[in-house]
Design a protein around this ligand. Structure first.
Ligand SMILES: Nc1nc2c(ncn2[C@@H]2O[C@H](COP(=O)(O)OP(=O)(O)OP(=O)(O)O)[C@@H](O)[C@H]2O)c(=O)[nH]1
Ligand SMILES: [Mg+2]
Length: 278
C-alpha cells in the first residue's frame, strides 16, 4: 500500500513549525529565527519514500492581524488548513495553550494532532497532547512520521504527488531570498525584522559563477542605516553568510550583491506585498 497526502504544520509564531519541517525533510526548506513571525508564505517540504510521500505545508504563525502583511499571512494559514489530510498543531513545550488557542484547535475542520515541541529544553510544561518531539535532537520524529502516515490516504499503486526528487515547491531564487532574510533577522534587532523583505532583482549564470543581485527592502531611512551598519559591517555579514548558503545550494561560485531599498510602510500596502511575492 502507498500512502500520500498533505499535512499542514500550524501553530503560534515561534512554536517550531519551520524547524520541524526542515528536520523531517532533512533539507533546509524554510528559514528559522528566534524572532516571531519569521515565515510569511506557505512553503512545501516534501518527504518521499519507497511507498509514501508526505507533503508538509509550513505556515506563518497564527496571530492577530495588524497590517496588510499580517492579513496576507493569516490568509495563507487559512488556505493551508483547508484541503489537507492532517493538521499538526504545534505548541511550544515551554508554554501552555491559552483557552483561545484551544478554541481555535477545536474549530479546525481537518483531523488534528497536537504536538508538543522543543522537549529537549528545560522547564517543559504539562498539557494534553498527542506526541512530544524535539526537532533539535530528533526525539520522537520517527514516531511522528508513523503517526502522519497512518493518517494519510492509502493507494493501491504508487501515487507520488510530486516528483520524488523534489523536496520543496519553492525555487532556488526563493530559497536564496529567504536565506538573506534569515541572516538579516539574525543580525538585526527589535522592531526591524518584521519590516524586512527581500527581492531578487537579477539572477544569471555564466561559466565562472552565478550572479545574484538582491534588494533588502525596509520601511524607512533609519532602518536602512541599521541594516547597513557601521562601516557597512552588518550588511557585509548578511551577505557573506547568505552567499555561503547559496554556493552550497548551487554548488558553484556565487557573486551576491545586496542593495538596501526603502519602501515606505510597505507592510500596509497590498500592492507592495504582492510585488514582493507574498
Ligand atoms: N531547543 C530547541 N529549539 C527549537 C526547537 N525547534 C525550534 N526551536 C527554536 O525555536 C525558534 C523558532 O523556531 P521556528 O522553527 O522558526 O518557529 P516557527 O514556528 O516556524 O516560527 P514562525 O515562522 O515565526 O511562526 C528558533 O530559535 C528555533 O531554533 C527544538 O526542538 N528545540
Ligand atoms: Mg516558520
Amino acid at each position: 500500500m502507498f500512502r500520500a497526502g498533505y499535512v499542514a504544520v500550524v501553530g503560534l509564531a515561534n512554536a517550531g513549525k519551520s524547524s520541524l519541517v526542515n528536520a523531517l525533510v532533512g533539507e533546509k526548506v524554510a528559514i528559522i529565527s528566534s524572532k516571531p513571525q519569521t515565515t510569511r508564505d506557505n512553503i512545501l517540504g516534501i518527504v518521499s519514500g519507497k511507498d509514501y510521500q508526505i507533503v508538509l505545508v509550513d505556515t506563518p504563525g497564527v496571530h492577530h492581524s495588524k497590517n496588510a502583511l499580517d492579513k496576507t499571512m493569516m490568509k495563507n494559514v487559512r488556505s493551508a488548513v483547508s484541503g489537507v489530510d492532517l493538521i499538526l498543531y504545534l505548541i511550544d513545550g515551554a508554554t501552555v495553550p491559552s483557552s483561545e488557542e484551544k478554541e481555535y484547535i477545536k474549530h479546525l475542520e481537518v483531523p488534528t494532532k497536537i504536538i508538543k515541541t522543543k522537549i529537549d529544553l528545560k522547564g517543559i510544561k504539562n498539557f494534553d497532547c498527542d506526541l512530544e518531539i524535539s526537532s533539535k535532537t530528533g526525539q520522537n520524529l520517527d514516531k511522528l512520521k508513523d503517526m502522519i502516515l497512518e493518517n494519510l490516504p492509502q493507494y493501491e499503486h504508487e501515487h507520488y504527488i510530486f516528483d520524488k526528487e523534489y523536496y520543496t515547491d519553492k525555487s532556488v531564487k526563493f530559497l536564496i531570498g529567504e536565506e538573506i532574510r534569515e541572516k538579516a533577522l539574525l543580525h538585526l534587532h527589535q522592531e526591524l525584522p518584521h519590516g524586512v523583505a527581500v527581492e531578487i532583482t537579477r539572477f544569471f549564470e555564466d561559466d565562472r559563477a552565478v550572479h545574484i543581485d538582491a534588494d533588502l527592502v525596509c520601511e524607512n531611512e533609519r532602518h536602512k542605516g541599521m541594516i547597513i551598519g557601521k562601516g557597512g559591517q552588518t550588511l557585509k555579514k548578511i551577505g557573506t553568510e547568505a552567499r555561503a548558503y547559496a554556493e552550497e545550494l548551487l554548488n558553484k561560485k556565487v557573486i551576491l550583491k545586496i542593495f538596501v531599498r526603502v519602501e515606505k510602510n510597505w507592510r500596509d500596502r497590498p500592492d507592495k506585498i504582492k510585488s514582493l511575492g507574498y
